[in-house]
Design a protein around this ligand. Sequence first.
Ligand code: ATP
Length: 402
Amino acid sequence: MKLNKVTVDDINVKGKKVLVRCDFNVPLKDGVITNDNRITAALPTIKKLIEDGGKVILCSHLGKPKNGPEEKFSLAPVAVRLSELLGKDVVFANDDEVVGDNAKKAVAEMNDGDVVLLQNTRFRKEETKNLEPFSSELASLAEVFVMDAFGSAHRAHCSTAGVTDHIKTTAVGYLMQKEINYLGNAVENPVRPFVAILGGAKVADKLNVISNLLEKCDTLIIGGGMAYTFLKAQGKEVGLSLVDDTKIDYCKEMMDKAEKLGKKLLLPVDTTVAAGFPDPIDAPIDVEVVDADSIPADMEGLDIGPKTKELFADAVKTAKTVVWNGPMGVFENPILAKGTIAVAQALADTDATTIIGGGDSAAAVIQLGYADKMSHISTGGGASLEYLEGKTLPGIAVIGDK
Ligand code: ATP
């Protein structure tokens, strides 16, 4: 699928006030940013708008403040980090109401190429409900709106959607463009064979993803906790493994669907089991490997086994496009991370286009040291999943077509 949206390359922002929705929802510990990936990912768009002589007004949410403004959710640390990364002043407009006296004054005093960061958009209770007057207040600051927060594009909020009711000139930024191009091409127009790998805890979280990807891919690989519901649907004993009994019929339906469509659906053929879930999650644990049809009734499957690692890696070797979402086991525990590492390694070793959905799988790939080996690691967990489900994301839909 070709992105048919207006981009920052199509607009002229010289001397104009440009409101940019970024995703600065970074992890913080005691007020210190522990991972600034999302800030660096936003830089190309911000730099482009500065170079073009726009007056760049940035906004984002951070965390989930429940009852309005809270110091621990302030974007102040982001302003400092952003200023370091850009090598220029970023004026932080610290208003509890986001569009307050500080913001209005800061914007009024901007020269071309200046940067202002507004306070956390979720300090306003209207934000997540997409209600007025916050949308029009945000819009009143600018003449152009740029959406670059892929991680928030699956939510119709004031700052991702409502604001476009009041600003005519809209565009997507480079990060949005990159995410949509990678994920969109993979799903809609993949170089084949296209192998999709799904893992993670629950089948229920990925019902639509499984169904949609089955239609689009050549091979669907299922590992992680969700595989055991499929194994049970095949009539296998799964012991104490994670199972969703309400989704057994769904799994049968998906296996039938794969057969009808002539798609390969790969499930674990062996599994690493233990007497129970590790507690704490990274505690040493005694494990053994059993075939997928011989899981003892008193054991829990916590990772894919060695034969499955090979089976999945072989499937990846034949692929030209690979999309991966969800770990193969309890990767937080080094003893149970082997399956996830094997899949990461298989992706690292191939010349295929490799795309990692956000969230836990992105965290696993980064934590295990494979980040620079992947073609694309999405910055949005929920957003990339909804994209893989084939949904239209509200934050993309509101941006003008070319
Ligand atoms: P996101 O949508 O954020 O990318 P994800 O799909 O990557 O999430 P989740 O569905 O949240 O991942 O599942 C990840 C969790 O699943 C991990 O914490 C991991 O420990 C757990 N998990 C993986 N395999 C198993 C298993 N066999 N039994 C129990 N838990 C498992």
